[in-house]
Design a protein around this ligand. Structure first.
Ligand code: DAH
Length: 341
């Protein structure tokens, strides 16, 4: 039968070689060596078999053995707690995982450009509600209930209140400005508008407009032309030509539509300009005297011009986007193309 010293030697080897793979390993080690029925305990029980003259030495060996087991256990325990508290070791020198950064929507990019071009010449931004009442969207704009011009726009009505519509144009903001602000006014009004259209590449039930309004003493059609010409050269470049065609809008008199020379073919003819060399970009005119009167403004004293353009249209011309649906489909392959702008 091996002596106590020999037993200690064998187990000492085992302790020295021990390296736990995980918590369970370490716990098993504790139970095996330091537990109430563990090896240290049972070896202590063997002390009585040691001849009295060897007891002192055997006792010291046993103590050293116990200490070895305890130290081994304590050091691994500390290591494991360190891992649990600090998480896995992190190498801060490794390159990080890049976060995908969002991009501005092309319509917002163009809207911002339109607004800042007009801000440079003293226009300030004004906005209005998307749910409008009949007065601000139609009646005050010289479009009474039976006015045929109302047929020009297929309107979404709000079912809970027959007086409410989803605004069909940002011209409603003109009405709100004339109602609340003192003259002179010079505003640019970007916003979303709604029309009851079947969705296709060329039409959508919602889109965006930018309205402009300038009312002061002695504002003339020449001011309107010069302002819009300035806008076009800033937006599309100094080579771009403009032309005005007579048109009709109930809230302006005279009214016009403005075309620019095609920025894709330079006027030679292409798909964008339908081989005409010109693309229409906005409607405009001198604010109708009736509209001024609707807000208590004397048209003999004050005159003004107004214009309204489609943001999708300007964006389509700038970036040659040929399907309106792309703007609201949220396809990142489309949206990412505008990343650098
Ligand atoms: N509101 C018109 C539309 O939605 C656009 C427009 C035309 C606005 C002439 C104006 C304007 O301010 O003077 O088609």
């Amino acid at each position: 039968m091996p002596s106590l010293q020999e037993l200690i030697n064998v187990h000492e080897q085992e302790i020295k070689a021990f390296s736990p793979a995980d918590n369970t390993d370490l716990e098993n080690f504790r139970i095996r060596f330091l537990g109430t029925k563990g090896i240290v305990k049972s070896l202590s029980g063997e002390m009585k078999t040691v001849p009295p003259d060897q007891r002192k030495e055997a006792g010291q060996m046993l103590n050293a053995f116990k200490q070895l087991a305890e130290e081994k256990y304590a050091s691994f325990k500390e290591m494991q707690e360190g891992v649990a508290n600090n998480g896995p070791a992190i190498d801060y020198t490794l390159p990080g995982i890049p976060l995908p950064i969002g991009t501005r929507h092309p319509l917002r990019i163009v809207e911002n450009q339109i607004v800042s071009i007009f801000e440079k010449i003293g226009f300030s931004v004004a906005t209005g509600p998307e749910i409008e009442d009949d007065w601000h969207n139609f009646s005050s704009l010289n479009m009474p209930a039976d006015h045929p011009a109302r047929d020009m726009q297929d309107t979404f009505y709000v079912s809970s209140n027959p007086d409410w519509v989803l605004r069909t144009h940002t011209s409603s903001v003109q009405a709100r400005i004339l109602e609340t602000q003192s003259l002179p006014v010079r505003v640019i009004c970007p916003g979303r508008v709604y029309r009851n259209e079947t969705i296709s590449a060329r039409a959508h039930c919602f889109f965006h407009q930018c309205e402009g309004l300038y009312v002061d003493k002695d504002v003339s059609f020449a001011d309107l032309k010069q302002t819009l010409y300035y806008f076009v050269t800033e937006m599309f470049g100094a080579d771009t030509k403009v032309r005005f065609r007579p048109s009709y809008f109930p809230f302006t008199e005279p009214s016009a539509e403005m075309d620019i020379s095609c920025t894709v073919c330079g006027g030679k003819g292409c798909n964008l300009c339908k081989h005409s060399g010109w693309v229409e970009i906005l409607g405009c005119g001198m604010v109708h005297p009736n509209m001024l009167r609707n807000f208590g403004i004397d048209p003999e004293v004050y005159t003004g011009f107004a214009f309204g353009m489609g943001v999708e249209r300007i964006t389509q011309i700038k970036f040659q986007v040929n399907d309106l649906r792309l703007y609201s489909q949220n396809d990142v392959r489309f949206l990412r193309q505008f990343q650098s702008l």
